[in-house]
Design a protein around this ligand. Sequence first.
Ligand code: ATP
Ligand code: MG
Length: 566
Amino acid sequence: MKQSTLFLPTLREVPAEAETASHRLMLRAGLIRPLAAGIYSYLPLGRKVLRKVEELIRREMEEAGAQEVLLPAMQPAELWRESGRYAVYGPELIRLTDRHGREFALGPTHEEVITTLVRDEIGSYRRLPLTLYQIQTKFRDERRPRFGLLRGREFLMKDAYSFDTDEAGLDLTYWRMEEAYHRIMKGCGLRYRAVEADSGSIGGEGGTHEFMALAAIGEDTVISCTACDYAANLEKAEAAWTAPEAPVREVPAAERWHTPGVRTIAELTERLGDEANHLLKTLIYLADGQPAAVVVRGIHEVNEAKVRAALGAEVLELADAETTQRVTGAPVGFAGPVGLQVPLLVDREAAALAEGITGANEADWHLRHVVPGRDFTLERAGDYRNVREDDACPRCGGALEGHRGIEVGHVFKLGTKYSAKLGAVFTDETGEERPMIMGCYGIGVSRILSAVVEQHHDEQGIVWPQGLAPFDVHLIPLAQEGASAELASRLYAGLRSKGADVLLDDRAERPGVKFKDADLIGLPVRIVIGRDAAEGLVEYKERCSKDAVKLTVEEAMERVLALLAQ
Ligand code: ATP
Ligand code: MG
C-alpha cells in the first residue's frame, strides 16, 4: 500500500479526552475515531488489526471444534422475558420498539438466541456435542464507557456456546476452549493470567475462568501466588485460614461506650490504640432491594461478589442512609450486629475473635466486649472479605501478589441455567428427555486491541507484536525520485511478491515527519532508503530495538522474510 493514498489521519497533538496510553495512541495513530461516548469507527489501520485478531480467533475456534454462525443483534424482548433476564439486565440493555409496537433488545450477549436456535433444531443425543461461535457487534449501555475500545457501548465480541449431553462432555469442551484461549492470548502477544472468577449474575453451577491482560489501567485485581500456580480474581480470591481454637477467656457482658461523633473506623482506631485489633465493622446492604448486614474485622474490606453469591442476589448495593437508619435505628457509622433483624453475614475471621467492638445501633454509641456467637448469631459465618497482599496462598501458603488486569476473555460453565428455562432438551440413549449442558465463552475482540496497545508501546508510539501489526514492513525512501525512490519501489515489489504486507511512505514529507509517523504507527520493521541507495544499501531497524543496521537490499529482504516466518 502506498501511504500517499492511505486514509491514515495521524495526530501530533495528544487528544485531551484520552486518559490512557492505549486510547491516546489509537487516536493519534489513526486507528479509531469516536462517534459518541463508547462508540467508535475503525479506520483502515484499526480495521486491519481487528481483522488479524478475528482471524487468529477463528483459526483457534475451528481448531477447538467450534463452528461459526452469525446471529441477529436485534432480539425480541419476548425471548429475554422467557429467560427471566429482561427485568434483571437493567439499563445496560438497549431496548427499542418497532413500528408495530413490538419490543426488542439490542443483543449484549446471545445465550437466549442460541439456546432457542439449538432447541428448535436439535432433539437427539446423536447430534451432540455442538459448539457454535460468532464474531459480532454487541451493545451494552455501559454506565461508564471509557478508555477507548476498552469499555465501549458498541463493541466486537467473539462469543461461543457449547451444548453437551453430560457434565463430563462439558468438562472436555471447556478444557478445549481454555486451551484455545491460551493460544489466542499468546498469539496476540499478551502478558496475561488465567484466573478463577466469580460466576456473577450470568449464573450457573461449575467453573469459570477469566483471561486477564496485565496492565496498570485494568479495572480488575488479579491475585496470584508467587510459589504455586494459584491465581484468582480478587472477587473470588481466598486467603489461607484455619479456624483458631475456641477462646477460653471469660468475657464480661457487652457494655455501651459513649463515642460522640466517631463514625469511621479510622476515627475509632485512633481512639483505641491496641484495641483497634478488635474492631468489627458492620455494613448494611440492599440485596435485590432487601436489607442485609455484613460484619468483617476493621482491618478487612467486604467482598461484595462473595456477599452477593451468599445471598443469591442479582444486584447488591450499599444501603442508603435512610435504609441504614431504618434497619439499625441509628445514622450511618453506628451500625452493629447485636439485635439486628435482617440476614447477618459474619466473616469467619470476625467470627473467630474472642470479643469485639461494634456500633451500638444508636447514635453516638458503640458496644465493647461483644462476643461473636454469644451476642449475635454466627449461623451465616463464612468468607466475605477481600484478600490482602499480606495474606497467604490458600493452596500452598506461599506469598500472594496483586496485579491490575483487563478482562479480555471469559469461559464459563453454564450447566442447565438457560437450557432448562428455555426448554433446550434432548432425548438420551434410553429415550429420556434431559436439558442440554451448556458452556459459554467470550472474548472482547475490540478490547484486545486496547489491551495490546496498552502493553506494547513506548514514548514514541505503538510497538505492534508481529502477528497483529497492520502492515509487516514500513519502507521509507528519503526522496520522491532518483536512486532512493527507485530502490524503494524495487524493494516494495520484491517484498510483496514474497507475501509481505508493505507500507511504502511515498509522501512528499520531510524525513522527520515520516520517522515520527513510522514510530507512532509502530510496524515491526522500518527500512529507510536514503543516501546509500545508489550503492544498494538500506537502513534496517526493528521497532522493538533501538539500533539501525546498514544492509544490502538482499540482506534486508532476507531479514524481513525470516522475521515473518517466525
Ligand atoms: P466487564 O466485567 O468488563 O464488564 P463482563 O463480565 O460484562 O465484562 P462478559 O459478559 O463476560 O463481560 O463479556 C465477554 C467479554 O466481552 C469480556 O471478557 C470482555 O473482554 C468483553 N467486554 C465486555 N464488556 C465490554 C465492553 N463494554 N467493551 C468492550 N469489551 C467488552
Ligand atoms: Mg460488564
